[in-house]
Design a protein around this ligand. Structure first.
Ligand code: PLP
Length: 377
């Protein structure tokens, strides 16, 4: 990302004054801090940020500045990064597949919790971790409510989870459990069924668990109304009380997307409009819009002319393409964009702080995103 030059009030102010011909990411520290406070005050347990959603150093520092002290990490590089930016943080090493060298790195970094979903990976942990380490058995249920299926890759079935859980105290480890309901999960029922299943697994294994990590998957504001996270928080607390009764484990959550999505707005410029319907932008699926093909488009789009004034024409459906020569580089379906939109205009796409810069490439020489700090995104 490019160098920062001062702090601007809004994206529109920066666009009007500088008229960039490259895509720009507007980063809003206040938005990152607001989301973090919302989790810290609302979630009934420990809040651990899933670093992969946005590993930007300033983002980590912003979250830490309002009190985030735990981080969900999946690799030695993420651990090194968090240790450098937030030295005293608790690291939850929740990638259930690790090489012996990666386990050694986790030990060096002082990882506080380790997830596991197979006997062979538990064997590897048993060979290297000291007694007393927290090991969280990760399980999965058939998918419900999420934008895509995380259980396709990780998570033990309920039967295997009970077998694994029995082994955890037998190896001298502190028993915990974890799951990840998917991403952009709007239905609290997903957490409720996972929490009920976790209690069932612990009962079947006859192993009390110290902590239950209810994963990430909290929804960001992509289309329509903003999701009500507090409803999900309350459903999680109630489900844990119902399922576990008086000896409920303490809860942990590990939001990625919902923690950071509001903090970035992308400005992409209209390079060309061909045949009145095909819009070519200077950023696309190999850059900041990588998620669109799997997650669908975000509808929080404002179009500004090159003086920064909003276009107000009636919406017209357009096909939207990115700048590379790959025909996959287009947004799914169509976007409703103002009829008076013209070459040189800017699309401001809000809610793009998660899985955008984290996965952007430089394919075909594009994808360099200037980064500008704004007071309001
Ligand atoms: C990716 C991931 C998260 C964060 O998911 P979001 O949908 O971004 O909240 C949390 N936990 C685990 C184990 C993950 O792999």
């Amino acid at each position: 990302m490019g160098r920062e030059q001062g702090i601007w009030a809004t994206p529109a102010e920066h666009l009007r004054r500088t008229r960039p011909d490259h895509p720009v990411i507007y980063a809003c520290p206040a938005a990152f801090q607001d989301s973090a406070r919302r989790f810290l005050t609302g979630f009934p347990g420990l809040v651990s940020y899933a670093v992969k959603a946005n590993p930007d150093e300033d983002v980590l520092a912003n979250l830490a500045s309002v009190g985030v002290r735990a981080f969900d990490v999946a690799s030695p590089a993420e651990m090194t990064l968090v240790r450098r930016i937030v030295p005293g943080a608790a690291l939850h090493y929740n990638n259930p597949v690790r090489s012996p060298a990666e386990i050694a790195a986790g030990l060096r970094h002082g990882a506080a919790s380790w997830s596991v979903d197979s006997h062979s990976e538990l064997d590897k942990l048993a060979a290297q971790l000291p007694a007393g380490a927290e090991v969280a058995v990760r399980f999965k249920l058939p998918v419900a409510g999420a934008a895509y299926d995380f259980g396709a890759k990780f998570g033990a079935t309920e039967d295997r989870a009970a077998d694994l859980l029995r082994r955890v105290p037998a190896q001298g480890f502190v028993a915990a459990m974890t799951f990840h309901p998917g991403t952009q999960c709007t239905d609290p029922a997903a957490w409720e069924s996972y929490i009920a299943a976790a209690a069932g697994i612990a009962r079947a294994a006859e192993v009390p668990i110290a902590r239950l990590n209810v994963g990430g998957g909290f929804p960001a504001h992509r289309c329509g109304d903003a999701p009500r996270l507090e409803v999900i928080f309350a459903a999680i607390a109630a489900a844990a009380r119902r399922a576990f009764g008086p000896d409920a484990p303490s809860l942990v959550c590990e939001p990625g997307r919902a923690m950071v999505a509001e903090g970035f707005t992308l400005a992409a410029r209209v390079k060309a409009i061909r045949d009145a319907t095909h819009v070519f932008l200077n950023d696309g699926i190999y850059g900041g819009l990588a998620e669109a093909p799997v997650m669908g488009n975000i509808d929080r789009i404002e179009v500004l002319d090159s003086t920064g004034a909003p276009r107000k024409g009636p919406p017209v459906a357009r096909e939207v393409f990115g700048p590379t020569c790959d025909s996959l580089d287009r947004l799914p379906g169509t976007l409703s964009l103002p009829a008076d939109m013209a070459e040189g205009d800017y699309l401001l796409i809000r809610g793009l702080g998660a899985y955008s810069t984290a996965t952007a490439t430089r394919f075909n020489g594009y994808g360099a995103l200037e980064r500008v700090t704004v007071l309001a995104a």
